[in-house]
Design a protein around this ligand. Structure first.
Ligand SMILES: NC(=O)c1ccc[n+]([C@@H]2O[C@H](COP(=O)([O-])OP(=O)(O)OC[C@H]3O[C@@H](n4cnc5c(N)ncnc54)[C@H](O)[C@@H]3O)[C@@H](O)[C@H]2O)c1
Length: 366
């Protein structure tokens, strides 16, 4: 293998957000040097590795081993896999376990898992001793291209998703493509919903590349992940605290997507699958309210299908449940809907002209 190929095995992207700069390492195998890498970033000894009971048996030993060799004292905390664990109670239980293990304000947290683990471990890092460093090791494609970037974390409540949380940027993110090999196909594909969302709202060139996407090219995947990190961090940098409406563009497909997740009681659809359906609804509304050419809506739907993502709602899912859930969504301000539309692939804007009736019609068509 020549120097160029070695160079390409691992690439680094620096993300500058909220006055902080941190590195995202992407490639095949960077987890093997985790301990040595962390030594450069964190002169601390004790840490909690927060993971779930699917991921921990696969990768925790590798992570613990590398950390121990580098002189760290890691404590593994594995919680039950899945969205049901993303609660305030579970975050509290993790904090209790960390206190019992003697972790203090000089410790740090590693999140080893998908978006659920990224969100809850980031939340724990944000509140433990009023904030300790967070290292993200995303193990799903969705977490690599989306949830590990931007600093948002949080937990769900009875009334909706991510209603409690904080903004707390990681100190380091390690995207090791090797871990994706154990990811079930359905979980892998759902990552493409967020990738397609990024393409629709910000990058027509990436959209075209996805139309010609051939599976299983590791280098192409590495570049794709890097491209998505850049898109997301560029958008977040313009509006880190979600105040000017610029960051809200990342919610394209999510107003209805979140409602569908909720209507499916958080187990019928994966997050990315619900977002895929939400993207179809947002594209339909964009034709009506933003002048999106109908053939571009067709191209978006075709691209979602290409990655085996759902574009039709099952007949037995009551539409009413979805409308009720839309009302709970926090993307409403003083009763008005903040709905993201795309006037053409590669661009997006916030619209306040979209009504509940528009959403009802578009969901009925699904
Ligand atoms: N903070 C943000 O900005 C943000 C953005 C998007 C999504 N999210 C959140 O992310 C979550 C969804 O993330 P997700 O889809 O990664 O879910 P997840 O964390 O539940 O992971 C999906 C499933 O795959 C398993 N898994 C993870 N990595 C694996 C691997 N390498 N091999 C085998 N199995 C593996 C997990 O145990 C789980 O069962 C949602 O809670 C969503 O709200 C957050």
């Amino acid at each position: 293998m020549g120097p160029a190929a070695i160079e390409e095995r691992v690439s680094k992207t620096v993300v500058s957000l909220g006055g902080q700069r941190y590195c995202v390492v992407i490639g095949r195998g960077p987890l093997r040097q985790l301990g040595a890498r962390l030594r450069k970033h964190l002169p601390r000894k004790t840490c909690a590795i927060i993971s779930d009971d699917n991921v921990a048996p696969l990768f925790a030993k590798r992570v613990q081993g590398s950390l121990t060799v580098a002189g760290f004292e890691p404590r593994l905390i594995a919680i039950a896999a899945g969205e049901k664990s993303k609660t305030l109670e579970k975050a509290g239980a993790i904090c209790d376990e960390m206190i019992a293990a003697g972790l203090d304000r000089h410790s740090f947290v590693i999140g080893l898992g998908g978006g659920v683990i990224g969100d809850i471990s980031g939340f724990v890092a944000a509140i433990y001793h009023r904030g300790i460093p967070h290292v993200q090791i995303p193990t799903t494609l969705l977490a690599m291209v989306d949830s590990s970037i931007g600093g948002k974390n949080g937990v769900n409540t009875r009334d909706g998703k991510n209603l409690i949380g904080a903004v707390h940027h990681p100190s380091l993110v390690i995207d090791d493509l090797e871990v994706l090999k154990t990811l079930p196909a359905r979980e892998f594909n759902q990552g493409f919903a967020e990738i397609i969302k990024h393409a629709v709202i910000a990058d027509v060139t990436m959209f075209r590349a996805l139309q010609a996407w051939k599976a299983s090219n590791a280098l192409a995947l590495q570049r794709l992940i890097k491209c998505n990190i850049k898109i997301k961090s560029r958008i977040v940098a313009k509006d880190e605290r979600d105040q000017t409406g610029k960051r809200a563009l990342l919610n394209f497909g999510h107003t209805v997507g979140h409602a569908i997740e909720r209507a499916g009681d958080y187990h019928k659809f994966l997050h990315g699958e619900a977002v895929s359906l939400g993207i179809v609804v947002a594209s339909t509304i964009s034709v009506k309210k933003a002048g999106l050419p109908p053939e571009q809506r067709g191209a978006i739907v075709d691209l979602l299908r290409r990655f085996d993502l759902p574009t039709r709602l099952p007949k037995n899912l009551p539409r009413k449940k979805i409308f009720d859930a839309v009302k709970f969504d926090k993307k409403f301000e003083s009763g008005k809907i903040r709905f993201v539309v795309t006037p053409r692939i590669g661009s997006a804007r916030l619209s306040r002209d979209v009504t509940m009736e528009d959403i009802r019609e578009a969901v009925d068509e699904l």
